[in-house]
Design a protein around this ligand. Structure first.
Ligand SMILES: Cc1ncc(COP(=O)(O)O)c(C=O)c1O
Length: 393
């Protein structure tokens, strides 16, 4: 199935935690040295310790990305923050690497593996770009057909890569649309779903992409040394549909059920662009869900998501965690990107730059406190946006 037939909300995979505890009393499910997201083996909905599951696994080295300390950042210096940068973009020796240079690979590795496990042969995704790039890569590796629908103004490194794959392989279809992921969704519903494609759009598949994104939260919490799992005080996340937030939240709930962490949670912050900010508007208005917004223009195309079935849950998590939601300007994003490049040489995406740009306003309103441990998530790579960003280098 896709959405829950009762309330038309996203589904999630429920794990049998007591059974997991009994099977692995010393948390043997955790393979610390493994260099991909499958290091969490049986704590994932597709269990590589299960022979039948393992047979359907499609892995291209995704996850196990670096969590880098960033003490040079001006806000880290000013507030003496213990600032970390979770880098989902560029490959680095000694770590895993997302094959299409964005965190979407975590969700798609899981979704395509689960699709294979369930005998599906045709998948479709409407996308702002990165999820489509990722689906094309995994579907090819899995021998599954995929139709990818994205806005025609998607940055060329992303659009061009999928176009090249579609040209080389009959099993990959690329279709472009005017507008955003919303209009791409309309094409999916009118053309591909009636033709028998299974919908793996954000939250529309039964919890698989959340399950993959969960590994981001598990990695943020995993022991750096010794055996202690720990959470930061704050996580700043660039939010479109919100899969990453739901995934991390699920990770923390399961770690608590396993008694590896307590009930305390990081304060979760959603960052959106000024152009398209349905979550920020709803958060500010005290609403339970977002209202359909008109999409604007932003360099951070991954954030140009005017609405989503998961937004109600995102808002719930922001409030439960005593978090926040805010917009950042295009200019602030550009400045952070340029600064980060000059200071560190990291190859960050505009979405990642948005999280760094959020630190100063968060400090200004007193949300961040001196000495706190803060993780910002860089969800993609500069390289995928190069034509529109190269002037910043
Ligand atoms: C680079 C990047 N960052 C962030 C997002 C937003 O992701 P989520 O759906 O988890 O909010 C996207 C979505 O397309 C993206 O491509």
């Amino acid at each position: 199935m896709n959405l829950c037939p009762d309330d038309q909300r996203p589904l999630a995979m429920e794990l049998d935690i007591p059974a997991l505890k009994a099977a692995y009393p010393r948390n043997e499910w955790y393979e610390r040295e493994r260099r991909d997201m499958w290091k969490f083996t049986s704590l994932l909905g597709l269990d590589i310790n299960d022979a039948e599951d393992a047979r359907h696994l499609v892995s291209l080295g995704e996850g196990a990305t670096p969590l880098r300390n960033y003490p040079e950042h001006p806000q880290a210096k000013l507030l003496e923050l213990d600032l970390y940068f979770k880098d989902e973009g560029r490959a680095e020796p000694g770590y895993g690497a997302n094959p299409t240079q964005s965190f979407k690979d975590r969700g798609m590795a899981m979704a395509v593996s689960m699709a294979r496990r369930h005998g599906l042969t045709k998948l479709v995704v409407p996308t702002q770009g990165n999820a489509g790039d990722s689906l094309a890569e995994y579907a090819l590796a899995a021998g599954i057909e995929a139709a990818i629908i994205m806005p025609g103004d998607t940055p060329m490194p992303i659009l061009g890569r999928v176009a090249a794959l579609a040209r080389q392989h009959e099993s990959i279809i690329l279709e472009t649309c005017e507008g955003t992921i919303r209009e791409a969704g309309d094409i999916m519903r009118s053309k591909y779903l009636p033709a028998g494609y299974f919908n793996v759009a954000t939250f529309q598949e039964p919890g698989w992409r959340i399950e993959g994104k969960k590994t981001l939260g598990l990695e943020i919490a995993e022991p750096r040394s010794g055996d202690t799992w720990q959470l930061p005080d704050v996580i700043v996340y660039p939010t479109g549909g919100g899969t990453g937030i739901l995934g991390m939240w699920k990770a923390f709930a399961e770690l608590e059920a396993l008694e590896l962490i307590g009930s305390q949670r990081p304060r979760i912050v959603s960052v959106q662009s000024e152009g398209t900010a349905p979550i920020v508007r709803a958060f500010e208005n005290g609403d339970d869900d977002t209202a359909a917004a008109t999409a604007g223009h932003t360099l951070a195309t991954g954030l140009n998501v005017p609405g989503g079935v998961g937004h109600a849950k995102v808002l719930q998590i922001l409030r439960e965690s005593r978090g926040h939601a805010l917009t950042v300007s295009e200019r602030a994003m550009e400045e952070e990107l340029a600064r980060c490049w000059k200071q560190t040489g990291w190859w960050i995406s505009p979405e990642g730059a948005a999280t760094l740009a959020a630190l100063a306003p968060l400090a200004e309103i007193g949300f961040l406190r001196g000495g706190e441990r803060v993780v910002v998530v860089n969800t993609g790579s500069f390289e995928k946006y190069l034509p529109s960003l190269r002037h910043l280098l």
